[in-house]
Design a binder for this molecule. Structure first.
Ligand SMILES: [Ca+2]
Ligand SMILES: [Ca+2]
Ligand SMILES: [Ca+2]
Ligand SMILES: [Ca+2]
Length: 636
């Protein structure tokens, strides 16, 4: 067997060398793309031409929060909002404080920004590989939290700071000047402090910071660049201090307190230095009844300001709450500023999502808009329409941009779906249709609006989904040319031939309403299972590689002509050489001009495909050396 393979391998190589030499001579093509024809590509087994990767994230909010009523919100953005990041996920945690997110992003993405009410963190992907590399990762915003009293009496030299794999940054809440802060003098602009014996000693509800006696003379208001801050400074190790700065605020059982503080360290490194944020509820007689704490990891390294947040729900018996900054300072100086504590959750519609994060604050059936790929961007689908025969690989027989808005409720279940499709090109001799199949049962859909059915080969149920389908199937248009008409003086199709009249792309807005909310896991994820229907032949569907045909496909096409579909091994819509009929591009696609293979326009496509998605995972971008624009259609 092995020998036979080698023999064929040699034969193929010799054949290819001969073929490409003669190909170039015959056509006199410029050598812009040293690759070859599509058939020359050697596609690794299992590569499905996906240019995205999916990561399964479990995001956990701190265990100190009671999630029986309140649903903490998690957002994932391309970057922090102040840097123009776009939300690519929004959802709420379950009652156990966690949410599972299946996040699909372009394969070349290196990181995303996770925002929660308990803090933020950059999440770095471990793989840049294309092709749906599935990874699992747990991100626990409760890491570093504790429930034990301040370690004040004896300082154990053995104690080491917990090693936390993610660096969580605190949230920016309304600052001291604005309403909502339960702390007085949180910016330390007033130089007024009282002293008390220890953190457990009596305090008054007087809006004043109390310093433990151990910090007398070392904790003081300090002016840094015209800004007043609190500084605790210990010049030598022989005078090390353990102590705290505290304020008492009114509170009630069930209040969700969010305590954020800015911290930094200056001076010489000492591995015994520590700093903690504490929320300590007290009962009617002033006894501490619980401890919710976050230790700032690696304090010696925090030489520029960092914000930290600790969050907890106040237990039964709470009458007031001590907010405490605690530290061990062996050497160096610790600085605190901008202490903000908020306690009120406004949830007007009672769905558990607070008004600020609820995109439908007075509608308890809806909470979030989850866009794919994002609120401001579009991806593209590009089809070849000669299945089960190979096409010419210009990938412009239909080109449509798409963007989905999934409206979800506080349980992250899909309530309704809005799809925007921008039909840009139809370089086809055939009159094709286009649709997509969701994963949910057809009966789960109660209404579909915004589609275009002008021919007689599509049968719809009263709800608007296609009849005869077990899964919810939406036929967007049964004749693309009815939306994107071939203009007078046009060519073979629409918007693929330079010099022919240009037709403004047609924007279609489809709305899919569900009879009851359906989990995202059941509904499926955008772009779902999109497909072309070739030339009005309902059974002749062409899908993305690896996606099955619908109930109405004529399965006798499978495995005929150039198609090597084998449902038994879940191989769909690929030639025996691994080539696709449709591609999903995580950007708006710069598609080839008519009858020009994609390799000639996108110069890295071949290397991407032959490497199984490892090389040039961003092949479709307009980067230096990536494109031959003369082979790509330019809007006039
Ligand atoms: Ca709400
Ligand atoms: Ca709501
Ligand atoms: Ca084609
Ligand atoms: Ca074409």
């Amino acid at each position: 067997m092995e020998k036979l393979h080698r023999f064929y391998g040699l034969f193929i190589i010799l054949f290819l060398v001969g073929f490409s030499a003669c190909h170039k001579e015959d056509l006199g093509e410029p050598d812009v793309n040293p690759a070859k024809s599509m058939d020359d590509l050697i596609i690794p087994e299992g590569f499905n031409f996906s240019a995205t990767k999916t990561v399964e994230l479990k995001i956990i909010l701190p265990f100190t929060i009671d999630f029986s009523q309140y649903r903490g919100v998690v957002k994932i953005l391309t970057a922090p909002p102040e840097e123009g990041g776009e939300a690519i996920y929004s959802g709420a945690v379950k009652q156990d404080g966690s949410v599972d997110v299946s996040l699909t992003v372009p394969s070349w993405y290196e990181k995303v920004f996770i925002w929660t009410e308990a803090g933020t963190v950059w999440y770095e992907f471990r793989s840049k590989k294309s092709g749906d590399a599935v990874l699992d990762e747990i991100i626990n915003f409760g890491a570093g939290y504790g429930t034990v009293p301040p370690p004040d009496t004896t300082i154990s030299l053995k104690t080491t700071s917990e090693n936390i794999s993610f660096h969580f940054s605190g949230v920016d809440l309304p600052d001291e000047a604005s309403s909502g802060n339960l702390i007085q003098n949180g910016d330390f602009s007033q130089n007024s402090f009282k002293a008390f014996q220890d953190w457990g000693s009596p305090m008054n509800l007087d809006g004043t910071w109390y310093l433990t006696y151990t910090l007398t003379n070392v904790a003081k208001q300090y002016t840094e660049n015209n800004n007043k801050v609190l500084r605790i400074t210990v010049p030598t190790i022989s005078t090390y201090r353990s102590g705290g700065v505290a304020q008492l605020i009114p509170s009630y059982p069930g209040d969700l307190l969010t305590f954020s503080a800015d911290f930094k360290f200056a001076g010489s490194y000492n591995n015994q230095n520590r700093a903690w944020l504490y929320i300590i509820p007290r009962d009617a007689v002033g006894q501490s009844i619980a401890f919710y704490t976050l230790e700032i990891p690696n304090v010696n390294n925090k030489t520029s300001w960092i914000r930290s947040t600790v969050m907890a729900t106040m237990p039964a018996g709470t009458v007031n709450v001590q907010i405490l900054l605690w530290q061990w300072v062996f050497t160096g100086a610790m600085f605190w500023d901008n202490i903000v504590v908020t306690g009120k959750i406004n949830d007007s519609d009672g769905d558990g999502v607070n008004d600020e994060q609820d995109e439908y604050p007075s509608d308890n059936q809806r909470a979030f808009n989850v866009y794919y790929p994002s609120r401001t961007t579009y991806n593209s689908l590009a089809f070849e329409d000669n299945w089960p025969k190979k096409g010419d690989y210009d990938f412009n027989d239909l080109v449509t941009d798409y963007q989905f808005k999934q409206v979800t409720n506080a349980n992250n279940a899909l309530v309704e779906l809005f799809g925007t499709f921008i039909l840009r090109a139809a370089g086809a001799g055939y009159t094709n249709g286009f649709g997509f199949q969701m994963n949910l049962p057809a009966e789960s859909v109660s209404a579909v609006t915004g589609t275009s059915i002008t021919e007689s080969y599509i049968n719809l149920l009263a709800s608007g989904v296609e009849a005869g389908q077990s899964k919810g199937t939406i036929i967007l248009a049964d004749n693309v040319f009815s939306r994107l008409p071939i203009p007078a003086g046009g060519g073979i199709g629409v918007n693929t031939e330079p010099g022919k009249p240009y037709v403004t792309p047609d924007t279609m807005n489809v709305k899919v309403t569900l009879s009851n909310p359906v989990s995202i896991a059941e509904a499926g994820s955008p772009p779902y299972n999109p497909f072309l229907i070739i030339n009005g032949e309902r059974g002749r569907e062409v899908h993305l590689t690896g996606m099955a045909g619908t109930d109405l496909i004529d399965t006798t096409f499978y495995g005929t002509w150039d198609d090597d579909t084998d449902p038994g091994s879940e191989k769909y819509f690929q030639t025996s050489g691994g080539l696709p009929w449709a591609i999903n591009i995580p950007a708006s696609f710069a598609y080839p001009v008519e009858k020009t293979i994609i390799l000639d326009g996108h110069l890295k496509f071949g290397a991407w495909a032959e490497s199984g998605g490892v090389q040039y995972p961003d092949w479709y971008l307009d980067l230096s050396g990536y494109r031959n624009n003369s082979a790509l259609y330019q809007e006039p």
